[in-house]
Design a binder for this molecule. Structure first.
Ligand SMILES: [Zn+2]
Length: 220
C-alpha cells in the first residue's frame, strides 16, 4: 500500500437534483482522457458510499497532491444553474463522510488536521487557482469527526477507570489517563477532560513541547 498522509474532501459540482454516483464520475473522467474516476470514493445524495479508484492507486483529484492522499467526493455542491457553489449536501452524506473518514484516519494514521478540503489544500499547500470545492464547511466537518472521536474516547475512559479499580490493590488515587490517538491535540484533550494544557503539563513532566504521539498515555 502506498503511504497515505492526507484525506481530501471534494464535491462533484452538480445540482442537488442530480443523483450522481461513482459510475457517472468514472464516465466523465474517462471523457477527460484520464484513466477513469479520479476519486477513491463518491458519496451519493442518499448517503450511500461507492468505491471509485482503488486505494492503492494514486488518485486524480488535487493537482500536485495526489501521491499520498485519498480523495472523497460528495455529490452536489452547486445550485440549479449548475454553476453557483451552494452547500446543498444532505445530512446522510455528511454522516457517511464522517464515518468513512474516521475509519480511514484510523487505518492509515491520518491526523485530523490532515483531513482537508480541496480548497484548503490549494490555499495552504499547492497554491493553485482558488476553488470553492468542497463547498461545505471543513471546520464543521472536522468538528463532527472530533465529536465522534470523543464519544469513543468516553467509552475507553470508562473502561480505564473500571480496570484501575479492579486491578489496583494499593487503592492509589490516580488521575485517569488518556491514550493519545491520531488527530489528538493537547488543547483538544484538555478541553475534553475539563482541564487545561498547563495542568496536563504539570501532571506529565515527561511531555516535551506540544509533541504528542499516538499511543502516548497522558495523565489528565
Ligand atoms: Zn475538488
Amino acid at each position: 500500500m502506498r503511504e497515505i498522509t492526507h484525506i481530501v474532501m471534494h464535491c462533484t459540482a452538480t445540482p442537488a437534483t442530480s443523483d450522481i454516483g461513482a459510475a457517472d464520475v468514472h464516465r466523465w473522467h474517462l471523457q477527460r482522457g484520464w484513466s477513469g474516476i479520479g476519486y477513491h470514493f463518491v458519496i451519493r445524495r442518499n448517503g450511500a458510499v461507492e468505491p471509485g479508484r482503488e486505494l492503492e492507486k494514486k488518485g486524480a483529484h488535487v493537482a500536485g497532491f495526489n501521491a499520498k492522499s485519498i480523495g472523497i467526493s460528495l455529490a452536489g455542491g452547486v445550485g440549479a444553474n449548475g454553476q453557483t457553489p451552494v452547500d446543498n449536501f444532505t445530512d446522510g452524506q455528511l454522516l457517511t463522510a464522517r464515518d468513512l473518514v474516521f475509519d480511514l484516519m484510523a487505518t492509515y494514521g491520518v491526523p485530523l488536521d490532515h483531513v482537508m478540503g480541496h480548497n484548503e489544500v490549494i490555499k495552504q499547500i499547492t497554491h493553485g487557482a482558488p476553488k470553492a470545492c468542497p463547498v461545505f464547511s471543513m471546520e464543521r466537518f472536522r468538528a463532527m469527526i472530533m465529536d465522534l472521536h470523543d464519544a469513543e474516547v468516553d467509552v475507553e475512559v470508562a473502561e480505564q477507570w473500571g480496570s484501575d479499580m479492579a486491578d489496583d490493590d494499593e487503592v492509589e488515587v490516580s488521575a485517569p489517563t488518556h491514550t493519545v490517538v491520531s488527530g489528538d491535540t493537547l488543547w483538544g484533550i484538555a478541553n475534553r477532560y475539563g482541564t487545561t494544557i498547563a495542568e496536563i503539563r504539570a501532571a506529565n513532566p515527561s511531555l516535551s513541547g506540544d509533541l504528542i504521539q499516538p499511543g502516548d498515555v497522558i495523565r489528565v
